[in-house]
Design a protein around this ligand. Structure first.
Ligand SMILES: NC(=O)c1ccc[n+]([C@@H]2O[C@H](COP(=O)([O-])OP(=O)(O)OC[C@H]3O[C@@H](n4cnc5c(N)ncnc54)[C@H](OP(=O)(O)O)[C@@H]3O)[C@@H](O)[C@H]2O)c1
Length: 271
């Protein structure tokens, strides 16, 4: 039974922090809905919120978590802010909205010419305690190898789209082998596969919802999962996954769902 609600992130040789393995994703949430959704989440069990500069709701997340120093906040550096000085300035702007940042991610490997100086700025932000941990999102193996070839501090996490319908085994194994944790974004396939018949059949066996099976699959695979919902009941449902375990034979069945199904973008394959 998965009892542990957090996961250790090794941010460099000396420093480890704990990241809660389920977070509320807030992509696509309007400013109005964000504050309420985040409050619903942190008033139940959630200890982790995943936002980004491009979601334009960091300010609302900041307001909702203001009194709660125990909530882990992830945000992401958007592409228009890549570059050494711009990365630092953009982080300062995010900090002014969120008050603190636990994990700061480079949102994508796009703009290859700026990748090195952007990561140099990320290292600066970590060393100077602007943020507690640094990582990447949507990076493929070649992008990570590039950073690891020169960086003093590598990424502690790669946030990528993952679900039984998109398992990215090679990339996930590469991350694990290099001490990089993986966060599963769009763990509910953006809602698209929620009514899949084979998935429903498995969820009925456990008297659980399809969403709970998808989230449970993610965490049993050793990922952090960040499902999004702006509905109070579904926010609770998505966290209620710690009192059952998917059996090995059903994990194997879920592994057969692979379709390389990408719901939004796929920068992992970019040069
Ligand atoms: N780094 C990146 O490039 C990147 C890209 C995409 C996403 N993300 C992160 O990952 C988070 C989650 O991904 P996502 O927003 O694409 O999608 P998701 O979490 O896979 O799915 C969200 C969709 O499923 C619905 N839903 C949520 N819980 C449900 C439940 N229990 N039963 C039925 N439907 C349910 C939601 O509707 P309701 O809101 O109405 O419940 C929404 O339509 C994002 O919010 C963001 O933080 C990161």
């Amino acid at each position: 039974m998965q009892k542990k609600l957090s996961h250790s992130l090794v941010t460099n040789d000396k420093y480890e922090i704990e990241i809660p393995i389920i977070g509320l994703g807030v992509w696509g949430m309007s400013k109005n809905k964000t504050e309420n959704a985040v409050k619903s989440a942190i008033n139940t069990w959630y200890k982790h919120i995943d936002t980004a500069q491009i979601y334009k709701n960091e300010e609302q997340v900041g307001k909702a978590v203001k009194e709660r120093k125990d909530i882990f906040i992830t945000t992401k550096l958007w592409e228009s802010n890549f570059g050494y000085e711009k990365t630092i300035e953009a982080c300062e702007r995010s900090l002014s909205k969120l008050n603190r940042i636990d994990l700061f991610l480079v949102h994508s490997p796009h703009k290859p010419k700026l990748r090195k100086e952007t990561w140099e700025a990320m290292q600066y932000l970590l060393k100077n305690k602007y943020v507690k941990a640094i990582g990447v999102s949507n990076f493929g193996i070649h992008h990570i190898k590039e950073i690891l070839s020169w960086a003093e501090i590598g990424p502690c996490i790669n946030q990528i789209e993952l679900s039984p319908f998109l398992q990215r085994t090679e990339l996930v194994n590469f991350c694990k082998a290099n001490g990089i944790s993986t966060t599963a974004y769009s763990p509910l396939t953006h809602g698209i596969k929620i009514n899949d018949k084979k998935l429903k059949k498995i969820s009925e066996r456990y008297k659980r919802t399809s969403a709970q099976i998808l989230i449970r699959w993610s965490i049993q695979k050793g990922n952090i999962a960040i499902p999004k919902s702006s509905n109070k009941n579904r926010i609770e449902e998505n966290f209620d996954v710690f009192n059952f375990k998917i059996k090995n034979k059903d994990m194997e069945l879920l592994d057969e769902f692979e379709q390389e199904f990408i719901t939004s973008w796929n920068p992992t394959i970019e040069p």
